[in-house]
Design a protein around this ligand. Structure first.
Ligand code: MSP
Length: 538
């Protein structure tokens, strides 16, 4: 659960959500990617001193879960319980995810509110009964448009395939309840127009705008051919369509129709993080549902790209067996959290490779960052008995470091905190780390140490203070990304005694110079990034 520092009371929380994940299987690298991004974003905002709400959870209804449970010979509820307690929650804990709540769509706090929401729309005349026949993909839990489908080949010759799952669609014919989505096209377009940042990145925005411009069809929001779902309140022969049920988690989890104080101080979300596969649900259906109910719309729908394997979206069927835990046991949790955000521009697709991860770990984490921290601590130990000396001889070289830090702080804060450009923000901090390494190489403190004059001592003190104070700022700036490493560095710098808890350090103020007081006890702490073992053979 979240560690909260001193927060502005009364203000609306900065509310970030991940998708709620299907419990048909255990989490994989792709799910963890979105969740880690949300965790870094919310930790960043917490460290700005804001009140934050970070929500994740699981999507447990629908045909897909029902079929998986059947195939495993258990009830859908038993299946969901098992997956949540044995796979999903433990992984988030393992990855140090500080979510404030975890919603499950089978919880009563959710299902009751879903029924109320849908009943309300029905009473308002937004829902009617009608018939529909069309191609349906159970993997997506979505009716497809005939034009989107692919022609099957090989074992699927003659069949039409879902473009995402590459599996045959089923033709469904049902008497269903429909939401008048088609009436919201113009309003949605006007909203996109007036709020250019509503859908991110630009390519995602364009896709949605083009789709809506072609005209929207009404949305079938109930199913009567199976029963694993929330019953339609006025007609118990139907269950509510799993996507309508699922999207509502963003409202039910924060007190919709139950806790007005909580709801008003949290809803709507500032950022819904979604994979690009589920963009339309969030950027079209969800805002239309809110409009129909007169509720405020979220600030931003931010679509991340896909982690790819062999040119395909990484999914449980093509994972080549790599689990998040296989990577964390080799690289460590912090490096794992860092790697995907560092290596892939958020919003773009990216491929994972063990070799790339190893190379970046060694050069950027171990050599650039880890070595800097251990060298500085070692030199303060060797030349000043572990007591941080005062900086009394600042010159141009130090000024350049101070300026470099101020720039890194401003850039990281804007990129990560505002733009969700995790890669750009992390790079800004690592460029600064490189700058400090360059500064030490140029200043050659090991040579200055041979000069025992007052001037020589003052110079040496200044160099080591400058490096240690730079590391103080780096620990703060990287805390949202690599909390365990930052804590180790914070301990090694002895910063807790003088500056207080790491979580209470404001990221946007990290560039102020001279916060770490002279006299602080610096110790050679744990190695931040141990040398990697040989790659395990599968
Ligand atoms: N249950 C729905 C979401 C409902 S939200 C109201 C769902 N679940 S899912 O389990 O399929 O997870 C989807 C999300 O997991 C994606 O939107 C994305 O955020 C993440 N990812 C799953 N595979 C991924 C990749 N290969 N790459 C990146 N993210 C991926 O859809």
């Amino acid at each position: 659960m979240a560690a909260t520092g001193s927060e502005k009371q009364g203000a609306k929380a900065y509310y970030v959500s991940t998708p709620i994940y299907y419990v048909n299987d255990a989490p994989h690298l792709g799910h963890a990617y979105t969740t880690v991004a949300g965790d870094v974003l919310t930790r960043w905002h917490r460290q700005r001193g804001e009140k934050v709400w970070f929500l994740t959870g699981t999507d447990e209804h629908g045909q897909k879960i029902m079929r998986t449970a059947e195939a495993n010979g258990v009830t859908p509820q038993a299946w969901a319980d098992k997956l949540v307690t044995e796979s999903w929650k433990p992984l988030w804990e393992h990855l140090d995810i500080a979510n404030d709540d975890f919603i499950r769509t089978t919880q009563k706090r959710h299902t009751d509110r879903v029924q109320e929401f849908v009943q309300d729309l029905y009473d308002k005349g937004e829902i009617y009964k009608g018939g529909y026949e069309g191609p349906y993909c159970v993997g997506c839990e979505e009716y497809k448009l005939p034009g989107e489908l692919l022609d099957g080949e090989g074992e699927h010759a003659g069949q039409k395939l879902c473009p995402i799952h590459k599996k045959p669609v089923e033709i469904l014919k049902e008497e269903n309840y429909f939401f008048k989505l088609s009436e919201y096209g113009e309003k949605l377009l006007a909203h996109y127009e007036a709020n250019p940042g509503f859908i991110q990145p630009e390519s995602a925005r364009n896709e949605v705008v083009n789709f809506v411009r072609q005209g929207l069809q009404d949305l079938s929001i109930s199913r009567s051919t199976f029963d694993w779902g929330v019953p339609v309140p006025w007609d118990d022969q139907h269950v509510i369509y799993v996507w309508v049920d699922a999207l509502l988690n963003y409202a039910t989890a924060v007190g919709y129709n139950e806790n007005p104080e909580k709801f008003d101080s949290t809803f709507p979300a500032d950022v819904h993080l979604v994979g690009k596969d589920i963009l339309r649900f969030h950027a079209i259906i969800w805002p239309a549902m809110l409009m129909a109910q007169g509720l405020p719309l979220p600030g931003r729908i931010a679509a991340n790209g896909w982690l790819m394997v062999g040119g395909e979206k990484m999914s449980k069927s093509n994972l080549t067996g790599i689990k998040p835990q296989d990577l964390t046991s080799h690289f460590g949790v912090d490096a794992y959290r860092w790697y995907f955000l560092r290596a892939i521009a958020f919003g773009q697709d990216g491929s994972f490779s063990w070799e790339d991860f190893s190379a970046r770990y060694t050069s950027e984490l171990a050599n650039d960052y880890g070595n800097l921290a251990s060298r500085v601590a070692a030199m303060v130990g060797k030349y000043f008995g572990g007591e941080l000396p005062a900086s009394t001889a600042d010159g141009d070289a130090e000024k350049a470091v101070h300026d470099g830090l101020a720039k890194a702080v401003a850039e990281a804060d804007r990129r990560i905190g505002d733009e969700l450009d995790f890669q750009g923000g992390i790079l800004a901090v690592f460029d600064f780390v490189k700058q400090v390494n360059g500064y030490i190489t140029e200043q050659e403190p090991w040579k200055v140490a041979k000069d025992a004059s007052d001037e020589g001592r003052a110079r040496l003190a200044t160099i080591l203070y400058t490096a240690a104070e730079s590391l103080r700022a780096v620990a703060v700036l990287l805390n949202p990304v690599m909390p365990d490493t930052s804590r180790k560095l914070w301990d090694s710098l002895g910063a807790e005694d003088s500056l207080g808890a790491l979580a209470d350090q404001r990221v946007q103020e990290a560039g102020a110079w001279g916060l770490l007081p002279a006299g602080t006890k610096v110790t050679k702490g744990a190695v931040l990034f141990p040398r990697l073992e040989e790659k395990p053979t599968a």
